[in-house]
Design a protein around this ligand. Structure first.
Ligand SMILES: C[S@@+](CC[C@H](N)C(=O)[O-])C[C@H]1O[C@@H](n2cnc3c(N)ncnc32)[C@H](O)[C@@H]1O
Length: 285
């Protein structure tokens, strides 16, 4: 039996919703849609309408902003830094691996998630077409060791190749102390490669931010939906950077989606200030 503290499968429901959003906005294939995702999208439609009226932006926009900027960072790392191996943790029903394998067939792409979600994703990818070099594995980011740990996934990769870990929509489900332990394990695991990077989204605790009330609203909504906490992390971009450096990363970039306005094709622009940051943290041996 799994211990209560590492069984975070209650969070998996959220992947159905985001999976549907990627499909709805043309980023995914029909095979990634689940009934739970369609249901969540319909249920949240009134909330989205209210947010559009009050804030001029809805949940879809906030999700698309993070997804699009993460995609951009990943493509740059593949094209400019020679990344050939990608481990996407907490992959859920995200089509990123499917899309990237079409664009870069030479990539080794490992998707990881908790057992139930990993089995679902594997079956779904087999339906839409699972190609060579693309796998789905069980991985619990909270496991410090063992076959479903981050270390186990990394140890199956080629240690001579530049390697990237991605998480999206994951880190704010954990208290800062807990997720920092995971980040430290990622940093030390990536040291096995000549160059390693970690790319993630992060919702900060910018209390002075003009859109703060919308983040606090999202915090309650996500907490209700996933029956748990959704803590915000770090009060500033500088604090984020210093935190990741303390966790073992050398080069840390903190990106505001607004700095990419007009430059990325799937990046919606809003008048209010953005709520999310994208972190690119690099490490060399
Ligand atoms: C909000 S969903 C994000 C899914 C996907 N990354 C996306 O953006 O569409 C959160 C994901 O985290 C996964 N998850 C929750 N706890 C986890 C853990 N301890 N280890 C690995 N994955 C976990 C869930 O199963 C779910 O797929």
């Amino acid at each position: 039996m799994k211990s209560a503290s590492t069984d975070t499968s209650r969070i998996s429901v959220s992947a159905h919703y985001t999976g549907y959003i990627w499909y709805k906005h043309g980023l995914s294939a029909r095979g990634f849609v689940t009934r739970a995702g369609q249901f969540a999208n319909a249920t949240l439609a009134p909330v989205n309408a209210l947010l559009r009226a009050l804030a001029g932006a809805d949940i879809d926009i906030f999700l698309l902003q993070r997804h699009s900027v993460i995609d951009h960072q990943v493509k740059e790392l593949i094209e400019k830094e020679g990344v050939t191996q990608v481990v996407e943790l907490a992959c859920g029903l995200s089509p990123r691996g499917y899309r990237l394998k079409q664009a870069y067939p030479q990539l080794r792409y490992i998707e990881g998630d908790l057992p139930g979600m990993a089995a679902r994703k594997k079956a779904l990818l087999e339906e839409v077409g699972l190609v060579e070099g693309h796998e789905v594995r069980e991985c619990n980011i909270l496991n410090a060791d063992g076959p479903a740990s981050i270390g186990a996934l990394l140890s199956d990769l080629d240690p001579t190749q530049p390697t990237l870990i991605i998480t999206e929509g994951l880190v704010n489900y954990f208290e800062l102390d807990e997720i920092r332990e995971v980040w430290s394990r990622m940093a030390s695991g990536l040291k096995a490669f000549p160059k390693g990077w970690y790319v993630t989204d992060l919702y900060p605790d910018f209390a002075e931010h003009p859109s703060y009330r919308y983040v606090k609203f999202a915090q309650k909504l996500v907490g209700l939906f996933t029956r748990g906490q959704w803590p915000l992390h770090y009060p500033s971009d500088t604090a984020i950077k210093e935190g990741f450096q303390e966790d073992g990363f050398d080069d840390v970039e903190v990106h505001d989606p607004a700095s990419f306005y007009g430059k990325l094709s799937h990046l919606p622009e809003v008048k209010i200030q953005t709520l999310v940051r994208i972190i690119k943290a690099g490490i060399s041996r």
